[in-house]
Ligand binder design. Sequence first.
Ligand code: 1CP
Length: 357
Amino acid sequence: MHTKNDLYLRALRGERVERTPIWVMRQAGRYLPDYRATRARAGDFLTLCKTPEMACEVTLQPIDHFGLDAAILFSDILTIPDAMGLELVLEEGVGPVFQKPLMGAADINELAVPDMHADLGYVMDAVALIRRELNDRVPLIGFTGSPWTLASYMVEGKGSKDFAKVKGLMFGEPELMHTLLNVVTDAVIEYLRAQVRAGVQSLMVFDTWGGMLSTAAFKTFSLAYMQRIVTAIKSDSDCKDVPIVLFTKGGGQWLEMLADTGCDGLGLDWTIDIAQAKQRVGDRVILQGNMDPVVMSTTGAAVESQARAVLDGYGQVGAQDRGHIFNLGHGIQPTAKPDNMRVLVETVKSYSPSFHS
Ligand code: 1CP
C-alpha cells in the first residue's frame, strides 16, 4: 500500500507545510550497497543510465530505504553532450571523459540540438517507468546541468581544476563561447520540456561550476543562460506550473541575481549562512540545502547536531518566507554511511515540525 506524499511539491508551490521536506543530492549512488550491486550488473555507468529498468531500480532504492520526500531521476548531466556526439565514457578512477571533446570553431559550429526521442529517448522512458513505479509515493525531480557547466565539460573533455581551456575560449573568443552556450541552452530547454512531458514534477538546474567565474563572467556566461531557461519553462504551457530550482555551487554572493530570474527555489552550498540567505531572498524563493556533505561520512551524533544546526539556522517559517527544503550543500559522497542517512531523515522529520507551527 502506498501513501501519497506531496510535501515537497506543496512546499515548492509556497503552501504551508507541516514539516521541512528532505531529499539528498546524489541520493542514489556509490555509498549504497544496492546501487553498487545494480551498477555491477549493468557493467558500466552509461549502460545503467541508458537502461530504463535499471535506472528506475536505482532511483527507487533510496526512497525505499530512507523515506525521503522526493525521488531524483537517475541519470547524469552529461547525457546532453553525449547525445550531441561527444561520446561519454566513465573511466574508473578518473571520472567522466569525452572521447571527442570540442577542439575549436569547426566542432562548435557543427553542434546541433539532439533529437529528444531518437538520442535521449532512454531518459524519457526511464522517467515514465519511474513515475509508474513510484505510483505517487513521492514526486519525481528531473534535472539538467547549466549551459556553462555542460560547456565546461565539453571543452575541457573531463573534470578540471582551473578550467583553463574553457576560460581560454571565454576570454579569447567570447563570440564562439556564446555560440556554444546558445546551442547548449536550446538543447537544455528541449530536454527539460521533454522530461516534463514524460512525467517529471519539478526541475533542478545544476550550475556546479558557475562559482569558478568572476561576477561579471558569471552574469554573462552562466546567469544569462539560466535566465533563458527559466523564461522558456515559465512560458511553456506544459511546464509553467512545474517548479524550477537553480543551484550555483559557490554562488552565495549572487543569490539576489539568481532569485531575479523568476525561479522557484535556490540551492545553497554549505559555505552560505542559511539565516543570511533567508534574510536576503527567503521571501522570494524557497531555499534548499545546506549541510556539509562530509558530515555524512562521520558519526550519527554529528549528523544529528549538524542537521539541527541547519534547521535552527533557517528557523521559523514565517508568513513572508517561502520556506526550506532540507538537503546537503552538494552531492553525498561515496564514503557516506547509509546509517547516517537514516539518522538524517529521522532528525529532519522529528525536529522540523516545531518550525512550521
Ligand atoms: O557509479 C559511478 O561510478 C558513477 C558515479 C556517478 C553517479 C552516481 C556519476 C558520474 N553520475 C552519477 C549520477 C548523477 N549525476 C545524478 C543522479 C543521482 C542522484 O542524484 O541520485 C545526478 C543528479 C548527477 C549530476 C551531475 N553529474 C553533476 C551535477 C551535480 C553535482 O554533483 O555537482 C555533475 C557535475 C556531474 C558530472 C559527473 N558525473 C559523474 C561524476 C563522477 C561527475 C563529476 C565529475 C567531476 O568531478 O567533474
